[in-house]
Design a protein around this ligand. Structure first.
Ligand code: CA
Length: 542
């Protein structure tokens, strides 16, 4: 009898414990989280100290690293089409370019704003929504209670005294873009923090996009030192002559404007000045001080470039710090999810390049980190393959929003919880279309697994490339024709075909080329400033 009573009491305690724990895990996330989505433009993992790399000690990013340190750092978040507008469209819709219709920047037209995007869903489901900084899709943002976005130079924006579209009205602001966008964001946060609804804030920096103009206080930050060079700085493109070896994004293609050379005073405004500024961007034009050898000139251009780029990143880092401090000071940390990312990666002299576009690692990999103290283990690192079409379904699930909207991406909330599903994607599909402007990178599609990259470059060449990422992480040995990899290649081609079918992009090369050739219109309606440079440069088509 005594024993039975004890068993009964023990069982009762277990039941109560089970009940209360179930109950608490159910109630744990009932309070809707706030979401702050911070995206810089062309920010790459090599420039973020949380990812390590050669600039880690010289140019650390302590505030961005705080997001990673207090949350989860992702090592394998990949972009489906490594260029600004198309990546943004994929993020907003959860769909590949072939479904959202936004394939290219140059002649890519305007993003069809009548289609569904995740901010619209948040707004519909009771969130306060705000957008600050760069939008860059040609059309006005939809789904925001408030917006203030860069509206000069075809929504590309300017670093200094930029024009912003403030809820429908253009306003010229005074100051530095990265600081200004954060000012607007914090002002809005301040007005939103006491409202009953949760908020979704999208803060998208123009920096560190070309022309890499630092804040005045950082202009001469590293003048006294020589920045290190990436391992593939002197890539000879052997075995990749028609692809990596035939671009206009090497150290030879920096313009006078990129190098911040001072324009002669006697030049007329308009075409004459533009032509002078953009000298260097065409084949055969080299910008360097007189008397330098080719190698010295190449290093001089890299040093100017990398110092300006990293100085722009420093301002982004400072401003991320301002947002983090604000949340802390206002007791918003616990219930606010912070995402920090970029629209793609970028080459910082890797393979001798600047810019992006290629399936090669440095532009394919996106910086990505999420902080959500309630749910995500601080200091965790994840290596699963995730792509930018997975962002929208994930954000919606985190907010407890269900939708019937069709998205090709998959929510990775289980990954954030530390429980990656056994059947999680082991490969991603990539497709880049824009050619020849800008930078003359051949259109290509491909598949990337954690071990291999297989790509087909097809516009007016027919070149396959295969890289063994374990043996050749720098991707300098194209082993497509190596018989030892015949079986691997055959398997990857099957995987690639499956992904093309899955993502509804299983078309003929003729159809793919049509997309490259189609002029969907230009984002710049009113061609009047330096962004119209392609009007002056002669188009080079092979
Ligand atoms: Ca970009």
């Amino acid at each position: 009898m005594k024993d039975n009573t004890l068993i009964f009491i023990s069982l009762l305690i277990i039941c109560i414990k089970l009940f209360t724990s179930c109950n608490s895990s159910k109630t744990k996330f009932t309070q809707k989280p706030n979401i702050i989505y911070i995206m810089a433009d062309d920010l790459t993992t090599q420039a973020i100290s949380a990812y390590g790399g050669i600039y880690k000690e010289i140019a650390p990013t302590p505030n961005i690293d705080r997001v990673a340190g207090e949350g989860m750092l992702f090592q394998d978040v990949l972009v489906t089409n490594a260029i600004c507008g198309p990546s943004r469209a994929a993020i907003l819709t959860g769909n590949y370019s072939n479904l959202n219709g936004y394939y290219k920047n140059e002649s890519g037209g305007k993003f069809n704003s009548e289609q569904w995007t995740f901010p619209q869903e948040f707004q519909k489901q009771g969130y306060k929504t705000g957008l600050f900084g760069k939008w860059h899709l040609g059309t006005e943002p939809v789904g925001f209670d408030t917006f203030k976005y860069h509206n000069s130079a075809g929504q590309q924006g300017h670093y200094w005294d930029p024009v912003f579209n403030d809820n429908g009205t253009d306003v010229k602001e005074k100051g530095y873009a990265t600081n200004l966008s954060t000012d607007f964001a914090l002002t809005w946060l301040d007005s939103s923090k006491t409202s009953a609804e949760p908020f979704l804030m999208i803060l998208q920096y123009k920096a560190p996009h070309r022309p890499w103009e630092p804040d005045t206080k950082y202009e001469t930050l590293w003048d006294e030192i020589e920045m290190p060079y990436p391992a593939t700085f002197n890539d000879t493109y052997e075995g990749r002559e028609k692809t990596a070896g035939d671009t206009e994004m090497t150290m030879e293609y920096f313009s006078r404007r990129d190098m911040k050379l001072e324009r002669p005073k006697n030049l007329k405004k308009g075409k004459e000045s533009i032509k002078w500024d953009f000298y260097g961007a065409k084949p055969g034009e080299i910008v360097q001080p007189k008397g330098m050898s080719d190698e010295e000139g190449r290093k001089w251009r890299y040093q100017n470039y990398i110092k300006d780029y990293l100085a722009c990143v420093k301002s982004v880092d400072d401003n991320v710090g301002r947002v983090l401090d604000y949340l802390k000071e206002n007791n918003l940390e616990e219930n606010t999810i912070i995402i920090l990312t970029s629209d793609q990666g970028f080459y910082l002299g890797d393979h001798g390049f600047f810019d992006k576009r290629f399936i090669y690692e440095e532009s394919l990999r996106m910086p990505f980190m999420v902080k959500y103290p309630k749910r995500i283990k601080a200091g965790s690192v994840n290596e699963d393959i995730i792509t930018n079409i997975d962002f929208a379904p994930t954000l919606l699930e985190l907010a407890g929003i269900s939708t019937t909207q069709k998205m090709q991406g998959t929510s990775f909330v289980p990954v954030l919880d530390g429980n990656t599903p056994k059947d999680w994607q082991d490969a991603m599909y990539y497709h880049y279309y824009e050619f020849p402007f800008w930078h003359h990178v051949q259109p290509h599609y491909g598949v990337r697994t954690q071990k291999y990259t297989l790509a087909h470059f097809y516009y007016n060449i027919d070149v396959w490339e295969l890289y063994d990422l374990e043996k050749d992480p720098n991707q300098v040995n194209n082993i497509y024709n190596n018989p030892d990899y015949a079986e691997v290649t055959a398997e990857l081609k099957l995987k690639l075909k499956d992904l093309m079918i899955k993502f509804e992009d299983n078309k003929s090369l003729v159809d793919f080329r049509k997309i490259t050739d189609t002029d969907f219109g230009r984002i710049v309606d009113n061609i009047k400033d330096e962004e119209s440079v392609q009007q002056i440069l002669t188009k080079k088509v092979n």
